[in-house]
Ligand binder design. Sequence first.
Ligand code: ZN
Length: 266
Amino acid sequence: MIIDSHIHISIFDNNASSLQEAFDLFLQEMEKNGVRAAIIIPDNIEGSDNIADLDKAVELIGERRNLFLLGSPQIIQRGSGELEKYRKLLEEEKIKGLKFFPGHDPYYPTNERCLPYYELCQELDVLVLFHTGENSGDSVCANWNDPKYIVEIAKKYPQLKVIITHYYWPKLDYCYEITKDIPNIYFELATLADSEVIEKSGGIKKIKEILQKTISDRPNKVIFGTDWPMCKIEEHVELVKSLGLSEDVGDGVFGRNAKIIYKISS
Ligand SMILES: [Zn+2]
């Protein structure tokens, strides 16, 4: 069973001319790659024709029971002002957790406007996901999402499940070292099979070595994700398969861990 925990519905890097077309393409990709369920991450830019925000994603998903959503609070524009909105969405299980985009937006994970959201997620036992690392062609943005700040948050909220995506590429070793003793940090694998990420992060051997160490340290806390459509699902499946994991550990990374962390029942 594969659960892809990092999907965007966008027209980037595919041939879709509308968000509906992008969504239909994604359904085909799921089928083709044996992906049984997915977490769709709406963008925090609202009303775009290029990438689905929360309202658009809700509309596209409709009644499907194998597609789930995260919320993306607008920290810069609205500070902590959306707390009640997200409490309601989380309590009604319309979203499964919250994603933060430090680096896309200029704020640190430790920004005090974020803290009420972390408290909420800790209280409701749902996760927060942090975008980390460089964006293609932009290394400065990584200053905003240095895992040292994420470690601070994980320590301040020890019951909160804190997920790091993109492994702070290209500084994988640094990210591994600084997080390795923090039990409530989780990893999600999106973009690590992308050719630019591999090249800039020290090659495929480095990526595999870091993932093997991370999975060995925390076999129940690493989950599969891809960042489709910017990255290819099949390349990420191949990467995980190439790690030489036992069947049980591999099943965990591909699906079981996400099922537990995201409380997916079916
Ligand atoms: Zn993404």
